[in-house]
Design a protein around this ligand. Structure first.
Ligand code: FAD
Length: 565
């Protein structure tokens, strides 16, 4: 097969960055990016061109698949490159650097569970590592076949042919769907039945149900059903040692939950082939408002009270002053709360009115025209909410170009209890500002928003932009990013937050995960893996396998993104 050929049936993905190959930035967007870069680098930056497939010298594939797997495994350069990385900043910049040494030897495209079993047999016999691949939108090194020297080869296992909704039960409002289905396809199949999962991660267009379940993704709902965990009723998991199927039940107290063990297992226990989902009726009644506060911590007090009042808004995203300025949401620096309620059953005005009473008591300013109550089945957003949403959707496309211009654009997210939030927020800002200044010596931007909120605490999500390099030396940018990321990981865990609220552990958060979990729990998880995957073929390096104990939280990440020799 030639360079560009593929066994994939999907619209071709851009192998080196976000989006489909055919999607480009508009001239206006290019101008916005250029003007933003000038704020960081007034003298201008050398731009590195995005890579082409022919720029890569991939090592020869080590696979010799048996006849039974013929037509199921591809070793074309395009397929190997698409499955080489996820979509983090480090993934993009390594593509710009034309570094793809750890590209998988091949990509398997199974169509049935029996195919997956055949792939497991082959991998066990040949000592191959197998890494399940949904949409490949991991931002923590989850899909990268970086498995060390002890394997004879690596196989990415792409679930895209598992793309059907198998059964819909409108009475109980449930559906069983295959794991490789993409977000938009799942919603399109549910829509004619008036149903919806209402799980919209920012990566919705490109990520899959199986990926969401495997990573405990966080979605649309800012309160109550924040993670996919809350929307999953049952799972089918094919492991190298057989099938685990959980029962479709609305609730059960029968011992530890197998679903809860599988949800968040990040491909180390088996391949999720199906999940039964708890659905919502499509909302008919909505109320949306945006509220301005003088500053983030003032707004956070109002959000805390809302989250503890039992109102459960579907949207409750608080943006700090820097986030508001960066996304051009308001002319003057302030903190903005985007608040929304929705229901398929009843008007939600009363809930909104009570939430607005709370925000006013905390000094929030509610513009009259920013409150919209709408009974139609159409999303309606206020001006601030709409501006923020547009910036949010387009940002990953902007990052494709920013990376080539030497600008580091990245995020990290966590959760912390309310009592510790104010000090945590200040300390993260101070610590990160100091680190970015020291590492880059240049202007930078750092912002925060609360993506999800709980009665006992918020989930802060930080975004930073920094100068990686202005001369076209993206190795320098990668090293600077790595030093900043190490600081972020360290600060978050040392200050009492979780290493991740919804982006998962993968390889990049592994050391932080070890610091925040009990060694005995990790041994328990390792024993579970041993039971289902005795040869250790699945996703080595994520969650369970021993990492070099001499490497602390700093060392593990530094080692992974070391400067190429
Ligand atoms: C721009 C951008 C925005 C994002 N926004 C969000 C967000 O809002 N919320 C959020 O939670 N995350 C977000 N993410 C992270 C990412 O999209 C999620 O982790 C998502 O759940 C991954 O789904 P995927 O199908 O792409 O999985 P992949 O990236 O393909 O895989 C992720 C992990 O799951 C495993 N896996 C995948 N499929 C299966 C399967 N069928 N069985 C077993 N294991 C499997 C893989 O081995 C890997 O360890 C974002 C990422 C990007 C780049």
């Amino acid at each position: 097969m030639g360079d560009r050929e593929s066994l994939s049936k999907r619209v071709p993905l851009r192998f080196w960055g976000w989006g489909y190959e055919s999607e480009e930035l508009s001239p206006d967007e290019d101008r916005i990016i250029e003007s933003a870069v000038r704020q960081f680098v007034p003298e201008g930056a050398v731009e590195v061109a995005p890579p082409c497939i022919s720029d890569f010298q991939l090592p020869p594939s080590r696979l010799t698949p048996p006849a039974s797997l013929e037509g199921m495994i591809s070793s074309t350069p395009y397929d190997r490159l698409v499955h080489c990385y996820g979509k983090s900043y480090a993934d993009l910049v390594r593509m710009y650097l034309r570094q793809a040494d750890a590209a998988p030897d091949g990509v398997a495209f199974p169509r049935t569970e029996a195919d997956i079993e055949g792939i497991f047999d082959y991998a066990q016999q040949q000592r191959l590592a197998v890494i399940p691949f949904g949409g490949g939108t991991s931002v923590c090194g989850g899909v990268e076949p970086d498995v060390g020297e002890s394997y004879q080869g690596t196989l990415s296992l792409d679930m895209q042919y598992f793309d059907k909704v198998v059964e819909i039960d409108t009475t109980s409002r449930r559906a069983r769907a295959q794991a490789g289905i993409l977000g938009p396809d799942l919603e399109a199949a549910l829509k004619p039945h008036g149903l919806s999962l209402r799980h919209y991660p920012q990566s919705f267009r490109f990520s899959t149900l199986g990926g969401w379940v495997a990573t405990r993704a966080g979605g649309h709902f800012a309160t109550l059903y924040t993670h996919i965990d809350d929307l999953v009723e049952a799972i089918r998991l094919i492991t190298p040692n057989g099938l685990i199927e959980t029962r479709e039940l609305p609730g059960s107290g029968a011992g530890p939950s197998a679903d809860r063990l599988i949800i968040g297992s990040e491909g180390v226990l088996g391949v999720i082939t199906e999940a039964t989902l708890r659905l919502q009726r499509r909302p008919k009644f909505r109320a949306t408002a945006s509220v301005k506060f003088a500053n983030m911590l003032g707004g956070a007090e109002a959000v805390r009270e809302i989250s503890q009042a039992g109102l459960f808004p579907s949207n409750c995203r608080l943006l700090d002053e820097a986030e508001v300025v960066l996304n051009r949401i308001a002319a003057r620096p302030c903190s903005v709360l985007v608040l929304g309620f929705e229901s398929a059953d009843h008007q939600v005005d009363a809930w909104m009115q009570r939430a607005l009473e709370i925000v006013r008591e905390h000094g929030g300013q509610v513009a009259d025209d920013a409150v919209i109550c709408n009974p139609a089945d159409q999303p309606v957003r206020s001006g601030e909410a709409e501006s923020w949403r547009n910036a949010f959707i387009r940002m990953p496309y902007y990052r494709n170009r920013l990376t080539g211009l030497g600008i580091i654009a990245d995020t990290f997210e966590t959760a912390i209890t309310w009592d510790r939030f104010p000090d945590f927020y200040r300390a993260i800002r101070q610590g990160m500002a100091k680190a970015i200044e020291e590492i880059t010596g240049r202007t930078f931007a750092l912002s925060c928003r609360l993506t999800h909120v709980y009665p006992d605490g918020p989930a802060p999500y930080f975004t930073f932009y920094a100068v990686g390099d202005t001369t076209g030396n993206l190795c320098n940018a990668l090293e600077r990013w790595r030093d900043i990321k190490v600081t972020a990981n360290r600060l978050v865990v040392e200050l009492g937050g979780t290493i991740t609220h919804h982006h998962a552990v993968g390889r990049d958060h592994r050391a932080g995960y070890e610091l925040q979990t009990s060694p005995l729990f990790r041994r328990t998880l390792a024993a579970a893996k041993e039971a289902v995957d005795p040869c250790g073929i699945l996703t080595p390096g994520v969650l369970v396998d021993p990492i070099n104990q001499r490497m602390g939280i700093t060392g593990a990440l530094k080692e992974k993104y070391r400067h190429p020799k």
